[in-house]
Design a protein around this ligand. Structure first.
Ligand code: ZN
Length: 210
């Protein structure tokens, strides 16, 4: 399937903005096409992004093309996106500041866990009866300082395609942009469901008794 990564990132950012995932210039998405990585600038209105605003880098993060506006700087998320591209061979990585993801980190210790929820089936290698586990790393003052902790969490949780960041949000990836988007939607639903279940006095990781 041929695709235009620039147009796709612009389109997806608009959609993620409407979902509350990238408000206040936070969050974003990066797409890899072979050895080429497309990523948005830092601190821009994600719903107003234009195809020509994007940076193009290699898998090592070296900048190959930059937008015409010299004031624009590459996204602070780039080192984290590169971890998923290089460590997991991801085709796309999404960073969301969704309220569901942020709240999910407040009701769990160092791991998010849930089981017996239909939407778990949208996550790679996960069935309804499994327990879905997502590592939670501690937030830092600067986004780039999260890279080492995220790389470590990715090594310790090889089955997880997401890393939550305490009081911040989540990074989710997939082999393709379609898989990254689908998984991000399923993870977000599950984070929201778990928070609501806690409010109802239910443990999202407990096996239901009928
Ligand atoms: Zn962030």
């Amino acid at each position: 399937m041929s695709f235009d990564p620039r147009a796709l990132i612009v389109d997806l950012c608009r959609q993620f903005y409407a979902q509350g995932w990238v408000s206040g210039t936070g969050g974003g998405i990066s797409i890899r096409d072979g050895e080429t990585v497309y990523v948005a600038p830092s601190g821009v209105q994600k719903e107003r992004l234009q195809p020509e605003d994007l940076f193009v880098t290699g898998r090592d993060g070296a900048i190959r093309e930059r937008p015409a506006d010299p004031a624009l700087k590459v996204s602070a998320c780039l080192p984290l996106f590169l971890e998923a591209f290089n460590q997991r061979d991801a085709g796309a990585v999404l960073h969301s500041h969704s309220l569901n993801a942020m709240l999910a980190t407040l009701v769990a210790a160092d791991e998010f866990r849930c089981t017996h929820l239909e939407m778990m089936k949208g996550i790679r290698g996960t069935g309804y009866h499994d327990t879905l586990v997502v590592p939670i790393i501690e937030n830092t003052a600067h986004e780039c300082d999260l890279a080492d902790a995220m790389a470590d969490a990715m090594r310790r949780y090889p089955r997880s395609d997401a890393v939550l960041v305490r009081r911040h949000g989540v990074y989710v990836w997939g082999r393709t942009w379609v898989e990254a988007k689908t998984q991000a939607e399923c993870y977000d639903y599950l984070f929201g469901a778990a928070v609501r279940m806690r409010q109802l006095g239910l443990d999202p990781a407990a096996i239901p008794v009928h």
